[in-house]
Write a protein that binds this ligand. Structure first.
Ligand SMILES: [Zn+2]
Length: 80
């Protein structure tokens, strides 16, 4: 497990250390192999970017499915 943040209802951002540097000196001294965000703001920004990426992907998939379903509807309307 590498250093990461979790959302807490009362304090909002809690650093969960995954290395000795992060545990003893805090997130700015993290030595995890794949370097995590340095501050909570960076972490939050990364979370937003990942969410945005995932939501954009879902939108593209839904648009594609919508086009496919529209084609089916048009075909069915021609048959009648
Ligand atoms: Zn770390």
């Amino acid at each position: 497990m590498r250093c990461h943040y979790i959302y807490d209802k009362e304090t909002w951002n809690v650093h969960i250390p995954g290395c000795w540097g992060g545990a003893i000196y805090g997130p700015t001294h993290c030595t995890c192999r794949s370097r995590p965000p340095q501050t909570f703001n960076e972490f939050e920004k990364q979370e937003y970017r990942e969410n945005l990426k995932e939501l954009s992907k879902q939108i593209r998939e839904l648009e594609s499915e919508n086009s496919r379903l529209n084609r089916i509807i048009r075909k069915l309307l021609k048959i009648r």
